[in-house]
Design a protein around this ligand. Structure first.
Ligand code: FPP
Ligand code: MG
Length: 299
């Protein structure tokens, strides 16, 4: 990811507020809180929350009003990485250039840090909805946003994709199943981010389908780029161990199709994503640059 102006503005806003929605905790549970903060503060790209804020502005809202949902989606993403790295899943020791959560805090606390982040995400959204309890229009938009995030993160989205990924590991699978895995374990939360932002911003109906198509295309592209980087990336940039997918016999685009066809598919998907927003080009700079940067992604 190369940083570009519109993205930096959102990223800075997220960095400034990422810890704001964590609840006060009892000093007796400070180890849990430290483990949660350890992963939240490590240098993530904040792509999902940036997309959520951008979609809110694109749809006519103010980015600031979507902050609780943006941070909530980053809490969910961070939980998923902590659990994904556990010995029972991918068993990774390095993430974002730092020891993974369980390497620092132990397996038990890492599981609970993930649980804490996931539940805090929903507490954060619920607290915001209570603020708008007497404003039916704004409340409805927020309920819709939270509903999208619940679906994207759960057993109709990311969790289902992760389960299919575990089942497919070590097996030879068909392309249809690989796309199911990638669309659910990675694209579903990206789609949820964009749709949630659009709902909070009050997007008219005709914006929702193009935005959803855009997000699904970049979501799949994002995971293919991740697969390619596992083969060709520089560990100093990705912050993860290179070649881990191959060692673990994970189902990936390069393992199924080879590197060149994977790169071609990546180009095709980012092209499709940009094409989808063609009627809105005057106003879609952030989304276009985000898609273009995905192809050149090095971390
Ligand atoms: C890297 O995101 C993450 C992915 C490419 C998604 C992989 C999917 C999972 C780990 C699903 C896990 C699900 C469960 C339920 C455990 P990124 O490149 O944005 O990472 P960053 O935040 O470090 O920048
Ligand atoms: Mg992994």
């Amino acid at each position: 990811m190369r940083d570009f102006e519109e993205y930096i503005v959102f990223k800075d806003l997220i960095e400034e507020h990422i810890l704001d929605f964590l609840p006060e905790t009892d000093p007796k549970s400070s180890a849990l809180y430290e483990a949660m903060k350890y992963s939240l503060k490590s240098s993530g790209k904040r792509i999902r929350p940036a997309l959520l804020l951008a979609a809110c502005e694109f749809s006519g809202g103010e980015a600031k009003e979507a902050l609780p949902y943006a941070c909530a989606i980053e809490y969910i993403h961070t939980y998923s990485l902590i659990h994904d790295d556990l010995p029972g899943m991918d068993d990774d020791e390095l993430r974002r250039g730092l020891p993974t959560n369980h390497m620092v805090y132990g397996e038990g606390l890492a599981i609970l840090a993930g649980d804490g982040l996931l539940t805090t995400a929903f507490e954060t959204m619920n607290r915001d909805m209570l603020i708008y309890f007497d404003d039916p229009v704004k409340l409805k938009r927020r309920v819709r946003a939270s509903n999208e995030i619940s679906k994207g993160a759960g057993c109709r989205g990311m969790v289902a994709g992760q389960a299919a990924d575990i089942e497919a590991t070590g097996k030879s699978i068909a392309g249809g199943l690989l796309d199911y895995i990638h669309l659910n374990k990675t694209a579903a939360l990206i789609v949820a981010a964009v749709k949630a932002g659009a709902f909070i911003g009050g997007a008219p109906k005709e914006l929702l389908t193009p935005l959803e198509n855009y997000a699904e295309n970049i979501g799949l592209a994002f995971q293919i780029a991740d697969d390619i980087l596992d083969v060709t990336g520089d560990e100093n940039e990705t912050g993860k161990k290179k070649g881990a997918d191959k060692v673990r016999e994970k189902p990936t685009y390069p393992s199924l199709y080879g590197l060149k066809p994977s790169r071609e598919r990546l180009d095709e998907l980012t092209g499709n994503a940009i094409e989808t927003l063609a009627p809105f080009y005057d106003n879609a700079e952030f989304f276009i640059k985000m898609a273009q940067n995905l192809v050149k992604r090095t971390r």
